[in-house]
Write a new protein. Structure first.
Length: 520
């Protein structure tokens, strides 16, 4: 039986609250881009660029009425063909990995009814959604398995909003067009849940974006990039202390910094290859990895590089050119690539400069003949009002994302903490007033991709400088690097209630680097 969070907090020893810098996994980290440890697959791995890219199917609503569009998803165990010759048992939304893509319209409410046929409780969160608190997928609001009883942790029994078998999530989607994603968010077990397949795209569209004339239809590719490892029989490898996902929390020694796979999957296909026309394409990059960061580059490079048009929370004000893109877990980069600038027949490889060997390769585009292309990239994409942080009474808070030691039943455990505290349903690091703008100063000891639910934010500064090249627009996840501090501005609006913010390195999240804010 997992310990209750209250016992956990009671066990916090004062002197040990923040003592993290001596850990072995910090050695070699300084200045490096590594945010985890690699788990070596035991299955034979395919040659890169031998399997075709697949695009996850778009889910059709089961019905539409005056309340909106209604969707149904069943979470279940299924067999997937990922590596050649073996099958992988996944936990999948509708039994597929990635899950089906939901496409919605800004301002049109949808409901998604999730049925849980998995052997463990689950929680569904729409990442980047402006969602009322009871529908946001609070980490202890479990959907229990439909057909069995499972042991429950004390914190869920005490304060979770539990439902048996099924739950309806309502999403108002009062937010601009962008790339969202939905994924498992169960307290303490998000890492293994997402690793086993519980992740899918949710694309929000609107009239403003439709009017821009960006590449669309078959020239718009959602690309979910992640890393996984496989056992010899094709099953997922993950270093959980308790592989049932019902008992002790966390990963085995040496993986506390994060779990890296040694197989690169795009939309569930290892190192895929795709034929593209000689034309502009819109690529919606999502880093759905547990812990891995990527530095994406095209080889050979197109003259315009990646033309970034959007990020986590929607379109940028104007397009931004990058010759490479650094992407932390949970972040999205919406980019245009002009394949007409290549000779037909060119192999263009998407590479990852944060890794070497196989993991330095992501996928390949094979460029076809130049074709008609009436798409455009306007110089002006949208308007973004800078949040006013100069008004009187703007509250500034400091959030420290540091590792530490907790004493739990006389065992000394390494945990990742926020302001010296592990997650607990009753611990609120902030109580912002509805409609107020706040400045949060984020301070880190390691790579921490920090994600805030409900409201996107604007990056004000990094260290003593301005925002970095990947910080433009509305973000919901900021890539903090070791010993860095950054300031962000958030307007807390939409709904009152309790939400979480956390590190989106899923091993850090599961090992307590999460807290609450309560909009009052
Ligand atoms: Cu993508 Cu709190 O999550
Ligand atoms: Cu972290």
């Amino acid at each position: 039986m997992p310990v209750s969070r209250r016992e956990f907090i009671a066990g916090l020893t004062l002197g040990g609250a923040v003592a993290g810098l001596g850990f072995s996994f910090f050695s070699g980290v300084a200045g490096s881009t590594s945010t985890g440890r690699s788990l070596v697959s035991r299955a034979p791995l395919p040659e890169p660029f031998t399997q075709r890219l697949r695009i996850p199917p778009v889910l059709a609503p089961v019905r539409s009425d005056g309340d909106g569009d209604h969707y149904e998803i069943t979470q279940r165990v299924a067999a997937a063909q990922i590596l050649p010759g073996v099958s992988t048992t996944i936990w999948g939304y509708n039994g597929i990995f990635p899950g089906p893509t939901i496409e919605s319209r800004s301002g049109r409410t949808i409901s998604v009814t999730h049925t849980n046929e998995l052997p463990i409780p689950t929680v569904v969160h729409l990442h980047g959604g402006r969602t009322p608190p009871e529908h946001d997928g609070y980490p202890i609001d479990f959907v229990l398995p439909v057909d069995r009883d499972v042991p429950l942790p004390v914190y869920a029994i005490e304060s979770g909003d539990l439902s048996k078998g099924q739950r309806i999530h309502w999403y108002p989607l009062e937010q601009p067009a962008t790339t969202l994603w939905y994924h498992d968010h169960r307290l303490d077990f998000t890492g293994p849940g997402v690793w086993k397949g519980l992740a899918g795209f949710h694309i929000v569209r609107d009239d403003e974006e439709d009017a821009l004339g960006l590449p669309s239809g078959p020239r718009e590719l959602p690309l979910m990039i992640l890393d996984r490892s496989f056992d010899v029989d094709g099953s997922w490898l993950y270093p959980a202390i308790d592989p049932t996902g019902l008992g002790e929390v966390g990963v085995t020694d040496g993986f506390e910094a994060g779990v890296f796979g040694d197989v690169l999957l795009v939309n569930g296909v290892p190192w895929p290859i795709v034929n593209v026309d000689g034309a502009r394409y819109r690529l919606r990059f999502l880093n759905a990895s547990n812990a891995r960061r990527y530095d994406l580059r095209l080889d050979p490079p197109p003259p315009d590089g990646f033309v970034q048009i959007g990020t986590d929370g929607g379109l940028l004000v104007e397009p931004l050119h990058h010759d490479h893109i650094e992407m932390a877990p949970a972040q999205r980069f919406d980019v245009i690539v002009d394949f007409s600038s290549y000779q037909p027949g060119t192999n263009v490889t998407l590479v990852n400069d944060f890794a070497s060997g196989r993991m330095a390769q992501v996928m390949r585009f094979v460029v076809g003949a130049r074709t008609d292309d009436d798409s455009r990239i306007p110089n002006r994409l949208t308007t973004i009002e800078p949040l006013d942080t100069t008004a009187e009474g703007v509250i500034t808070r400091t959030m420290r994302f540091f590792s530490g030691h907790l004493t739990d039943n006389n065992t000394d455990r390494h945990r990742w903490l926020i302001n010296g505290e592990p997650f607990g349903p009753d611990v609120a690091a902030a109580r912002p007033a509805l409609d107020s703008v706040e400045i949060w100063r984020l301070v880190s000891d390691f790579h921490h991709p920090i994600h805030i639910h409900l409201n996107p934010f604007q990056v004000l500064s990094r260290g003593s400088g301005g925002p970095g090249p990947y910080d433009m627009g509305w973000k919901d996840t900021i890539d903090l690097r070791p010993f860095e501090h950054a300031a962000i501005a958030v307007r807390f609006d939409g709904f009152r209630g309790r939400y979480v913010f956390h590190c989106h390195n899923l091993e850090h999240e599961d090992m307590a680097m999460m807290s609450n804010f309560v909009v009052t």
